[in-house]
Design a protein around this ligand. Structure first.
Ligand code: FMN
Length: 291
């Protein structure tokens, strides 16, 4: 069970992609707390166990990000969270879920973070974590103390939960059919869990999560951005499907919020839905609420 030292909704509201950091190392005490959190991580919701490690950044690390498929300039990160995963059916969703849990924990320690998706498998980051031939590294996270400007931005983000940069509810959450939006009052006890999905990070802020409520079952779908995967593949060989990481992140926010609100449930894969893939709106997983 993941343990945080502040209410999860508060931590999720404080998180944003911080791309500028102070020129100073993360304190030994914060490093130790992060390491302890990483070591105590349970398996992902689908049962796979990616491994993660904290790496102190060197001067050249931000420059070496160029050419690895990441976007945005990351200025003076103090550290990185690296990860390695072995192939399995839901490896990317588990990786996204667990990396996001680490990010939320780092946020609770007042550290700025930014997800960086790219092709790290042959990079110097891969050497640092002794990546084996059968493992891949779909994304890393940069980390450090906020600069004063970033701290101000965080204030705005927490007040609005990033809502001004997100799709409206009626484009993300649905009742029985994708043609019927689910309104906030209809989501009842799950309103906050859905709001926390909406506040989550996603690659290029595409927000590909779609959730369809079917009585006590909440079905998570991936609405692929047309051309997104293809373009990237054209650009960089061997790039993973970043939008599957986004689903893992959404699952993390949803489950942690539900549990904090004493809403019981478990993840299930409904085979009938999984068997009939729709290329643009792909069923991934369901949360079965238990009363
Ligand atoms: C899987 C993934 C990959 C990402 N890759 C990058 C990246 O390479 N460079 C970057 O600057 N931001 C990256 N981001 C951050 C997103 O751009 C950011 O989450 C999104 O714009 C929403 O903004 P917010 O995180 O401030 O709420 C990534 C996010 C995710 C979830």
């Amino acid at each position: 069970m993941l343990q945080f030292n502040a209410p999860i909704t508060e931590i999720i509201r404080r998180r944003f992609s911080c791309r500028n950091y102070q020129h100073k190392p993360v304190s030994a005490s914060k490093q130790a707390q992060l390491q302890a959190f990483i070591e105590a991580l349970p398996p992902g919701p689908f049962g796979s166990r990616p491994r993660f490690d904290l790496l102190a950044a060197t001067e050249t690390d931000s420059k070496s990000l160029r050419g690895l498929g990441t976007y945005g300039f990351i200025k003076s990160p103090s550290a990185f969270i690296l990860g390695a995963m072995s192939p399995s059916e839901y490896d990317l969703e588990d990786y996204g879920y667990l990396m996001e849990a680490i990010i939320l924990y780092a946020t609770s320690l007042d550290l700025g973070t930014c997800w960086l998706g790219g092709t790290f498998t042959k990079s110097r980051f891969a050497k640092k974590i002794n990546l084996s031939n059968s493992e891949t590294m779909p994304a890393v996270t940069s980390l450090g103390e906020y600069t004063a400007t970033e701290q101000k931005r965080q204030g705005l983000v927490s007040r609005t939960a990033g809502a001004h940069l997100r799709l409206p509810w009626d484009e993300l959450f649905f009742n029985f059919l994708f043609s019927t939006p689910l309104f906030q009052n209809e989501a009842a006890k799950y309103t906050t869990a859905l709001e926390m999905v909406r506040a989550g990070p996603s690659a290029s802020n595409k927000q590909p999560w779609r959730i369809l409520r079917h009585n006590q079952i909440w079905r998570f779908y991936l609405r692929r951005t047309p051309g997104y995967r293809k373009d990237l593949i054209k650009r960089i060989l061997d790039l993973c499907d970043l939008q599957r990481l986004d689903i893992g992140i959404a699952m993390c926010h949803f489950e942690l919020t539900a549990r904090e609100n004493n809403l019981k449930g478990k993840w299930i894969v409904e085979d009938e839905l999984a068997k009939h893939p729709n290329p643009l709106t792909e069923y991934i997983v369901s949360w079965e609420a238990q009363s």
